[in-house]
Write a protein that binds this ligand. Sequence first.
Ligand code: GLN
Length: 308
Amino acid sequence: MALMLDDALLSSILDEVRPLARLGKVADYIPALAEVAGDKLGIAVCTVDGDCFAAGDAHERFSIQSVSKVLSLVLAMGRYDEAEIWQRVGKDPSGQPFNSLVQLELEQGKPRNPFINAGALVICDMLQTRLSAPRQRMLEWVRQLSGVEDISYDTRVARSEFEHAARNAAIAWLMKSFGNFHNDVTTVLQNYFHYCALKMSCAELAKTFLFLARQGRAPHLAEPVISPLQTRQVNALMATSGMYENAGEFAWRVGMPGKSGVGGGIVAVVPHEMSIAVWSPALDNAGNSLAGVAALEILAQKIGRSVY
Ligand code: GLN
């Protein structure tokens, strides 16, 4: 089906969802995030044919937060064999809030999937083992993937989160007690908070994640980022676990693999066709962008796309 997509369509979608932002709440458990204006709203789409479309605040950078969990997993996939990763973290939806501890105790310190905090912390622990400078490496790699040289960490956000780290520290220590965490907890938490504090715009995110729509290849890089099979696996994990306890609802309404962050960003993928990034900081109860999900739902309907 031909794709009817342009900046004007994206702009009209934003106009439709703008009132919804008032119903959500900007994350405030990380104090530095609470300072972001709740009325920001942006969207960007990159197609496999090389077109990019954008509307609203699509070029303003924000804290990508848990969207970074996809990046750390993909980085780890390049450094570890499949079995090494999946013996330490599962592939199933948790049905629980992103920072929950309950299943960890019941399941002997093995997180349900890499897109909840526990799972991402295990992945960061693995990166700490295999990379000599994990924070610098991530930055260089995201700059390569996005083609943007000045992407950086918001160190104020990272510090603010470190000062309120009780819950993530508890998750890491619990996993350590079960033998599923090998490095120094503080070092790995710092890496994780920095990854979450990557500052990127919708336009940069859509470009960065285009490889997930292109069987693992970024258009401007000679080497594949991951294999076609790994790409399918990452998209499957995003579809089942990318939106925490609302993954089912998101599949129902939007029908695309997606990954959200408490900064209000969501990245979504239409395999073989496009990558999409939306941003609206006001969140629903699960910590997903309220207007962002609605924008993706309308976009999916307007362009007639769903993976289901
Ligand atoms: N940095 C946040 C945390 O660890 C990420 C959570 C999120 O974006 N869902 O709590």
